[in-house]
Every structure is written in structure tokens, then in C-alpha cells.
Design a protein around this ligand. Structure first.
Ligand code: SF4
Length: 286
């Protein structure tokens, strides 16, 4: 069987720097906490926990005077203020792309209604909306556009700034923008497609690769948003799509009658897991 591994499979720059900084911090400090998982990857998290990292869900669980990692997804503005008040030292690994969105949203809130296209419950969106002030709406589904418009109408603003989750599906974003333009007809719209380069490249590669293979293996955590997007894209063109987290999951899957298989991975999948999967297929001469 021929195996093609995606060029952009695995850790993106933002996740890589977050994991490296966190790893380094666990060597240097004892009382170190992280708000949520640094990356959506079980194996990486287990290793960091072995080194002493404590993962918590709220800043309330972090004792004053400790160190706190802010992960690549970023945090709400108020988290920084609480940390300052409680003398919690921040080790900030917010990805540069996310940080830029926070700055733009903070600026836009001065005179615009803000629309964020993304998943309401995703930590990045929770963080970004925490910089948007009072006048914002998150669009997750097409019918949210009407609600966003009704919320906008309640304000006395005449400008709208639109941005998105960095890992959002590019085509879906374009489609929503077209619908937003139709709804917000006489409004000054600033459209900012804040999908990060790494996500765009990964999704584009996915679209190209699915036409060259009979099946696709996608490696990534079940709660990883960008991995989920890869699965969605691949399923549009291929029947055989296997979403796995480690090589162990592969052992339960039959790959018979496949001549060419692609391997892609989400931004939180370390290279060694991709390599294990590739070697497993090769060694077993599937
Ligand atoms: S997917 Fe993009 S925005 Fe998110 S951490 Fe990676 S580089 Fe940063």
C-alpha cells in the first residue's frame, strides 16, 4: 500500500511553542498550573502532568503566588486582571495569531458591533469574546446571522467588525460572509478573515489529498476543533475516513483493499505519533 503523509500534518507553530514553553516551565518551577489542557492531545498532556503540571478548569483553583500557563488558545481579558490581583504569575503561550485577534477585537469594540464566527464553547472563542466588550455576537450556525442582526439593531453603532476562530473552515466562513453582507445591507462592514495560515494550508492540503487516495487516516484528539474540520472535509470526498488518536486505534481497523492511503493530523498531534502510524502501516505491510 502506498502511504502519503501530509506536509502540514502535526503541530502548528503556535502549539509547538506552547508545548515547548510549558515543558520548560515544568522543569524550572514547582507550583505550576495550566488553565485547561495545553493541547488537545492525551499523550502530550500525560507527559506534562508527569513533570508536575497541574491542569485546572478555573483560575479560582490556582493558589495566589503560583505560576499559571495561558495556553495557545488564549484567555479572556478578565483572566489577566484576576491573575494580577491575586499575584499569580502568567506564563503566556497565547499563539501570536490569537493575540493579534484579541488586539483587533479590543480596538474594534470602541466603535463597532463585533461578530465572531466560531464555536461558542471553544476556548479560543470564549477567550476572544472576552475582549469584545458588551456589543458582540457569536455566529455558529446560519440562523445565528438573524439573531446577530437583531442584537446589532439594539445598539446605536453603525459599524460591524467580523472575525473568526483561527481554525474555522475557510469555505464556511466565506459562505457566512456572503449571508452577513445580504443581511447587514446598509452597514459599514469590516471583514477580517482571521483563519490562521497553518489552518488554511492544512485544509487546502486535505482537499487536494483526498482526490489522490482511496482512504484517509486523520490523527488527532476527539476534542480538537481543527482535526474535526479535517474529518468533515475528507468525508465529503471519501468513504473510508479513519479518525484515530494513536497507533493503538489503528490496530482495530481493517485496511484491506486500500491501495493508496493518506495520513493527516491535527495541529495538536506530535510528530512521533504520526511517525508511529506510518511505521505501523509499513511494518505490517498492509
Ligand atoms: S492553529 Fe493557528 S492560531 Fe491555532 S495555535 Fe496553531 S498557528 Fe496558532
Amino acid at each position: 500500500m502506498e502511504v502519503i503523509v501530509g506536509r502540514y500534518a502535526g503541530f502548528c507553530g503556535g502549539v509547538k511553542q506552547a508545548v515547548e514553553k510549558t515543558e520548560k516551565s515544568t522543569y524550572n518551577y514547582k507550583d505550576i498550573y495550566c488553565l485547561g489542557e495545553v493541547v488537545h492531545n492525551k499523550q502530550v498532556i500525560e507527559n506534562l502532568e508527569k513533570n508536575g503540571l497541574k491542569i485546572v478548569n478555573s483560575i479560582d483553583e490556582i493558589p495566589s503566588g503560583s505560576k499559571m500557563i495561558i495556553r495557545a488558545h488564549g484567555e479572556r481579558e478578565e483572566t489577566y486582571l484576576i491573575a494580577l490581583e491575586r499575584k499569580i504569575e502568567i506564563i503566556d503561550t497565547t499563539c501570536i495569531f490569537v493575540e493579534t485577534i484579541h488586539k483587533k477585537v479590543k480596538k474594534a469594540r470602541e466603535d463597532s458591533f463585533i461578530i465572531i464566527i466560531g464555536e461558542r464553547k471553544h476556548p479560543e472563542i470564549i477567550g476572544t469574546s472576552g475582549f469584545a466588550g458588551e456589543n458582540y455576537y457569536i455566529i455558529e450556525e446560519e440562523n445565528d446571522i438573524l439573531q446577530a442582526y437583531l442584537e446589532y439593531e439594539k445598539t446605536n453603532l453603525d459599524k460591524v467588525y467580523v472575525c473568526s476562530q483561527t481554525t474555522y473552515n475557510s469555505q464556511k466562513f466565506d459562505y457566512f460572509i456572503q449571508k452577513i453582507k445580504e443581511k447587514f445591507l446598509n452597514t459599514e462592514l469590516t471583514i477580517d478573515k482571521t483563519i490562521c495560515n497553518s489552518t488554511e494550508l492544512r485544509q487546502k492540503e486535505c482537499e487536494e489529498l483526498l482526490n489522490k487516495v482511496d482512504a484517509m487516516i486523520i490523527i488527532g484528539g476527539k476534542n480538537s476543533s481543527n482535526t474535526k474540520k479535517l474529518v468533515e472535509i475528507t468525508k465529503k470526498g471519501l468513504e473510508k475516513v479513519f479518525w484515530i488518536q494513536t497507533v493503538e486505534d489503528l490496530r482495530k481497523i481493517s485496511l484491506n483493499e486500500i491501495n493508496k492511503i493518506g495520513i493527516l493530523a491535527g495541529a495538536s498531534t506530535p510528530d512521533y505519533i504520526i511517525e508511529e502510524v506510518r511505521l505501523y502501516i509499513e511494518k505490517n505491510n498492509i
